[in-house]
Design a protein around this ligand. Structure first.
Ligand SMILES: Cc1ncc(COP(=O)(O)O)c(C=O)c1O
Length: 419
């Protein structure tokens, strides 16, 4: 028999294996100061492209004021208890009803963290007889939802509609045999690649197959569509999306999430999502703060317009300089380079230490081996000057990579880290 703790120390996990080289620098870096494009990292000011603060609401003065007033008036504890038992309020109800209306659904339910909510949405919608069909590049919360499902599951290749069709043929056969149904799950905007889930093509398959569609529109809410209602609005398929989910962690710059659907489905979810029934209600300052954020998101389209102006300038500028930014159709901007982990880590250290640019680094297994992905998240509070500076720096870094200047061992992070 093994001691669990002893085993854990020998096998720190897929990400934990990098801890000794990466901790505090590549992993768990600490960005200090007011949230925005200019923050401090490792003791110096950096131009920051790593936050999903798409509309710049995190530090909007009206948001800050309402956050403070909410905390002053209600404290962080209120309401106590789970919503079902003692933690429901008119504010929670007002927020969920406004959000549902915005995404074109009659009913909504406010949840705590989006991650937990998604796990429970999937868990509660399905029985062992049902089949779940999901995009292979789905977010971890969708995968964890799948882990709760004891019936059949089928993945389809990312955004590959031919594969989805083939999978639906198999899934339909299985569901018929089991007397169950099919739930298809996709992200609206894929947070790593910036690709859009092909909602128009997915809903077209409803003519041939019988399924319900659940979308995770974490990155689409506030950024996509004419009014910012999200990816379903962008594709004009709102009525065909059966269950719409989004989190406040991105455009809303807060904590919390919501799910929207028909009154019957929302009532069912309210009484069956275990992660919500058995967890404390979202604190009042979060709810009041979210009401304010939502008001700004709805009434200040100039924020979304600015986000897209910065996005287009960044993405077009990078493409003009010959960068491969994949097939993004959203503000999420990946920059793909070829190289090893040693190249990638040396590039990021150079960017952060010598060019004062902070962006996220994504490596295998999220991208194939020998692919380096630097991910830039433009926001409404970035400037065109910052865009141009970044493109210039990226061109220099690319030239150095091509010239072999990063053919170095993985840097010793203890020498790079100041503290
Ligand atoms: C696509 C997607 N779904 C769900 C979540 C989880 O949401 P939350 O941070 O509210 O738990 C995230 C990350 O925030 C996400 O990117």
């Amino acid at each position: 028999m093994k001691d669990i703790f002893e085993r854990i120390q020998g096998t720190p996990g897929p990400l934990g294996q990098y801890q000794s080289q990466a901790d505090g620098y590549f992993m768990f870096p600490q960005l200090v100061g007011e949230i925005g494009p200019e923050m401090e990292f490792n003791g110096k000011k950096v131009l920051n492209w790593s936050l999903n603060n798409y509309l710049g609401l995190a530090n909007h003065p009206e948001v800050r004021k309402v956050d403070a007033e909410g905390a002053q008036k209600f404290g962080m504890a209120a309401p106590m208890g789970a919503r079902m038992m003692s933690g429901d309020t008119v504010y929670h109800k007002e927020l969920e009803s406004k959000l549902a209306n915005f995404v074109g659904k009659p009913c909504g339910y406010l949840t705590n963290y989006g991650y937990q909510a998604m796990v429970s949405i999937i868990d509660s919608l399905l029985t062992r007889r049902d089949v779940i069909v999901y995009d292979a590049d789905a977010h971890a919360c969708i995968y964890d939802g799948l882990r709760m499902h004891i019936g059949r599951r089928f993945s389809y290749k990312h955004n590959n509609m031919k594969d989805l069709r083939d999978v639906l043929v198999r899934a339909s056969k299985f569901a018929e045999e089991q007397d169950g149904g099919i739930l298809v799950v996709t992200e609206g905007v894929f947070g790593m690649s910036g690709n859009l889930g092909q909602l128009d093509e997915i809903v077209a398959l409803k003519k041939e197959f019988n399924f319900r569609l659940l979308i995770d529109d974490a990155h689409g809410f506030g950024t996509m569509g004419k009014t910012g209602a999200g990816t379903a609005e962008h594709f004009d398929v709102t009525d065909q999306v059966d269950v719409h989910f989004a989190t406040f962690a991105k455009s809303m710059a807060g904590i919390g999430a919501f799910v929207a659907s028909t009154p019957e489905i929302i009532d069912y979810l309210r009484y069956n999502m275990r992660s919500q029934i058995y967890a404390k209600s979202l604190p009042m300052p979060m709810v009041i703060g979210a009401l304010k954020r939502f008001e700004l998101l709805q009434n200040k389209p100039e924020l979304r317009n600015k986000l897209w102006e910065i996005t287009h300038a960044l993405q077009n500028g990078l493409k003009e300089k010959g960068f491969n930014i994949g097939t993004t159709k959203s503000p999420v901007t990946p920059v793909f380079l070829s190289g090893t982990v040693a190249h990638a880590t040396n590039i990021v250290v150079d960017l952060r230490e010598n060019y004062n640019i902070f962006c996220s680094l994504v490596l295998y297994p999220v991208v194939p081996k020998d692919v380096i992905m630097l991910r830039l998240i433009p926001t409404a509070v970035h400037t065109l000057e910052q865009v141009n500076r970044t493109i210039k720096v990226f061109s220099e870094v690319k030239a150095k990579l091509d010239a072999g200047k990063y053919n170095l061992p993985i840097p010793n992070m203890n020498l790079v880290k100041r503290k």
